[in-house]
Design a protein around this ligand. Structure first.
Ligand code: AMP
Length: 529
């Protein structure tokens, strides 16, 4: 096993929120939590926003609250949104998405987001399954769905954000509802059967997001915090919107695309002190060379966490070298609603390990019969059901929802093992789900997009290990005829346009046939390398 990173007292620029993990873990009960989930209404900066063309905007907590309430009133009073109605956002990382989501939650709507890279089919499937009543988008993204709006009978209003003039002076104050009613709906892709699954999270998930942001991200009100995840994914909502603001920090949002220079510049310019990012981003920064990093000042950075894919030990050490602090791996999934296994700031890091369960969560490794196995034995990673951020439903799919449970355990679909010190180590997925650059993609949806092209007879899609992106999407395609010119590029563009820009196969191999079971099911396992 690799070396353990211990932190001297001088490591801590602020006293950790969770100074003694073991002690707190043993004494903490969810019933102890005070359910207050609101953010302050002060003149402190809540959001530093930088647009893709360098435009800058700043909002105080008071302004943000007013905008959220204005949005909330617009939904309820002008569009007739009632409790439980689905309101979806299809927007890039602009301020309206951030305070809009907050306003929609306060309005009692079930809030969903669509990653702005989705194409027509990807967006359509999700809007259709959710029965969304209102879609908030912009004129550019609207074009992707205009042609299919007529096939979405439940969609009553499509609002283009450019036409919505909300002021910062709306003084009424709404509140975030409490309890286990539905608050957030996040779509993830399945590996077979129904291509999309709407995971529903309760209001109480917000309370857990707030607490875990304190315990794990160690957020203090004086922090400048950057969660670089897009709100099209659960991390971008749970910790990019709620976890930060509920703890009163100043959040940074950068609308533009990734580039090593730009990301270093953001860390420096805004004096980011806590950063929640993805291993792929660290791999890309590392790939850009340490000379570039040396041009920037990271002295304000005091804590780095990552999520979404395995964090290799090399990256933990590289982070220590370049930023002066090691990256801390965290593990969770859309279904768990909040962080589950983590490396805590006050605790030693075992590089390569996902860490230990957050207080209130019981984690275990189970065998095929659902029995707990001993240390260092691989099995299904599971959590004892009943933590307050756990998903409460898979929308319109009770069978799929039930499939996650084995007795009192919630099965994650990930394989892992636990060492003798109680640290968990990631082994791999138990199913065919692909994680590319930290983004979750189901092979079935990509296969469906490929097959929708007339020159494709059959397709099978797998995740191929990749040194930068963790995995890339690789497709095996049986073409309709041999010798079709430019088919590879045509198919890539086709998937980008119909399904999503992030879900296209970077590699395509043309084959004459695909390996299948006797019943005709594609055996993806045989195609993985
Ligand atoms: P998502 O629902 O998009 O957040 O994806 C959740 C999945 O990402 C998990 O089930 C894992 O397969 C993977 N994942 C998340 N965090 C980690 C991590 N720290 N190490 C390894 N895999 C992870």
């Amino acid at each position: 096993m690799s070396e353990i990173i211990k932190k001297p007292q001088s490591y801590f620029k602020l006293p950790p929120n969770l100074p003694d993990y073991a002690d707190f873990y043993h004494s903490f009960r969810w019933s102890d939590i005070d359910e207050e989930i609101e953010f302050p209404e002060t003149d402190k900066t809540a959001l530093y926003w930088e647009g893709k063309n360098g435009e800058k905007k700043q909002f105080t907590y008071k302004e943000l609250g007013a905008l959220a309430n204005g949005f909330s009133k617009f939904l309820t009073e002008e569009l007739g949104i009632e409790k439980g109605d689905r309101v979806f956002f299809f927007l890039p990382r602009i301020p309206e998405l951030y305070y809009g989501a907050l306003g929609a939650v306060r309005a009692g709507a079930i809030v969903g987001t669509l990653f702005a890279a989705f194409g027509t089919q990807g967006a359509f499937e999700r809007l259709k399954n959710s029965g969304a009543k209102v879609l908030i988008t912009n004129s550019e993204l609207r074009e992707r769905i205009r042609g299919v709006e007529k096939d979405l009978p439940e969609l009553k209003e499509v609002v283009e954000i450019e036409n919505l003039g909300l002021g910062r002076d709306n003084l009424s104050r709404g509140v975030i509802p409490r309890g286990n009613g539905p608050a957030i709906m996040m779509y993830t892709s399945g590996t077979s059967g129904t291509p999309v699954r709407g995971m529903v999270l309760p209001y109480s998930a917000l309370a857990v997001q707030k607490l875990t942001a304190q315990w794990v991200l160690d957020l203090h009100p004086e922090d400048v915090y950057w969660c670089s995840a897009d709100p099209g994914w659960i991390t971008g909502i749970a910790y990019g919107i709620f976890g930060g603001w509920l703890n009163g920090v100043s959040s940074v949002v950068y609308e533009g695309r990734f580039s090593p220079e730009k990301w270093y510049e953001i860390l420096e310019r805004y004096k980011v002190s806590v950063w929640y990012t993805a291993p792929t981003a660290l791999r890309m920064l590392r790939g850009a060379g340490d000379e570039l990093a040396k041009k920037f000042d990271f002295s304000h950075l005091r804590h780095i966490c990552t999520v979404g894919e395995a964090l290799e030990p090399e990256l933990v050490f590289w982070s220590q070298k370049v930023f002066g602090i090691p990256a801390h791996d965290t593990y969770w999934q859309t279904e768990t609603g909040a962080m589950m296994l983590c490396n805590f700031i006050s605790e030693p890091i075992k590089p390569g390990s996902m860490g230990r369960p957050v207080p209130g969560v019981e984690a275990a490794i189970l065998d095929d019969d659902g029995k707990e196995v001993g240390p260092n034995v691989e099995g299904d990673l599971a959590f004892k059901s009943g933590w307050p951020s756990q998903m409460i439903d898979v929308w319109k799919n009770p069978k799929r929802f039930q499939s996650y449970f084995k007795g009192e355990w919630f099965i994650t679909g990930d394989c892992a093992y636990k060492d003798e010190d109680g640290y968990f180590w990631f082994v791999g997925r138990a199913d065919d789900m692909i994680k590319t650059a930290g983004e979750r993609v189901g092979p079935f949806e990509v296969e469906s997009a490929l097959i929708s092209h007339p020159d494709v007879v059959e397709a099978a899609v797998v995740g191929k290990p990749d040194p930068i992106r963790g995995q890339i999407i690789k497709a095996f395609v049986v073409p309709a005829r041999p010798g079709l010119a430019n088919l590879e590029e045509t198919l890539k563009q086709h998937v980008k346009k119909t399904l999503a820009g992030h879900a296209y196969p970077r590699e395509i191999e043309f084959v004459q046939e695909l390996p299948k079971t006797k019943s005709g099911k594609i055996i993806r396992r045989l195609l993985k390398t």
